[in-house]
Ligand binder design. Structure first.
Ligand SMILES: C[S@@+](CC[C@H](N)C(=O)[O-])C[C@H]1O[C@@H](n2cnc3c(N)ncnc32)[C@H](O)[C@@H]1O
Length: 198
C-alpha cells in the first residue's frame, strides 16, 4: 500500500537519505558484501536513493527498480537521470514482479515488504526472479514497531499478519532461500541476507 502523507514526507528528505547511506546500506554491505557487476533489482525503490547506493556502494553493473507509487518513480527518474542505461525504472507491484524467472544476481528491499498485505507473495516473487545463488539484501520493519500505539496513530501500514524477526527468516527459508546473516534491532527493524538455493 502507498504511504500516508507523514511517511511520504519522512521518506523524502535529506536526513532519511543520510541514514540510508551511512547506516542502512553500510549494515547490509557489511553483512552481505558487495554485488560487484551484478544485474540488480530494487523493489519499492521510493525516490531512488537506494538504487544510487546499489550502483555506487554495492557496485552493481545495472539496477532495475520499481515502486507502486508513480510520484516516487518520477522522483527516482530525476535523481538517476545521469546514470543512462544502467538504470531502468517502472511503476509496479512487488507481488507481481515484471521480470522473467531467474533474472537477477541481487535483489534489494529497503523497507517495503511490511507495506504489502500479502507479503508472502512478495517474498515468493523475490525468490522467483533471483538467479540460483542470487542474493537478497533486505531491511524490514517488524511487527512490534508497526503495532506500537504511537506508530499506529501516525503511520498507515497493513496490520493483519505482520511478521517478527524469526517469522521473516522462516518465510525466506520456506520460499527457497538460505538466510546467511541477520540482525534485529529491538524487534523493530531487521536486516537480512539470503541466498537462493540452487
Ligand atoms: C517505507 S517506503 C521505502 C521507500 C524506499 N525503499 C526507501 O528506502 O526510501 C515503502 C515504499 O514501498 C512502496 N510500496 C508499497 N507497496 C508496494 C508494492 N506492493 N510494490 C512496490 N512498491 C510498494 C511505497 O510506495 C513506498 O515507496
Amino acid at each position: 500500500m502507498k504511504l500516508n502523507w507523514l511517511e511520504f514526507a519522512a521518506m523524502n528528505n535529506p536526513v532519511r537519505a543520510w541514514l540510508q547511506h551511512h547506516i542502512e546500506a553500510r549494515r547490509l554491505l557489511e553483512m552481505g558484501g558487495p554485488a560487484t557487476n551484478a544485474r540488480a533489482l530494487e523493489i519499492g525503490c521510493g525516490r531512488g536513493v537506494g538504487s544510487k547506493l546499489i550502483l555506487d556502494v554495492f557496485h552493481a553493473a545495472t539496477v532495475d527498480a520499481f515502486d507502486l507509487d508513480p510520484r516516487m518513480i518520477k522522483r527516482a527518474a530525476k535523481r538517476l537521470k545521469n546514470r543512462g542505461n544502467r538504470v531502468t525504472l517502472w511503476v509496479g507491484d512487488a507481488t507481481q514482479i515484471n521480470a522473467p524467472d531467474s533474472t537477477y544476481d541481487a535483489v534489494f528491499d529497503f523497507g517495503i515488504i511490511h507495506h504489502i498485505p500479502d507479503w508472502h507473495k512478495a517474498v515468493a516473487e523475490v525468490h522467483r526472479v533471483l538467479k540460483p545463488r542470487g542474493r537478497f539484501y533486505a531491511e524490514e520493519i517488524l511487527k512490534d514497531f508497526i503495532l506500537h500505539p504511537l506508530w499506529r496513530r501516525l503511520l498507515d501500514h497493513p496490520r493483519q499478519d505482520r511478521f517478527d524477526h524469526q517469522q521473516f527468516i522462516d518465510a525466506l527459508n520456506q520460499a527457497g532461500m538460505t538466510v546467511t546473516a541477520d540482525k534485529p534491532f529491538r524487534q523493530s527493524i531487521g536486516w537480512y541476507i539470503a541466498e537462493k538455493k540452487t
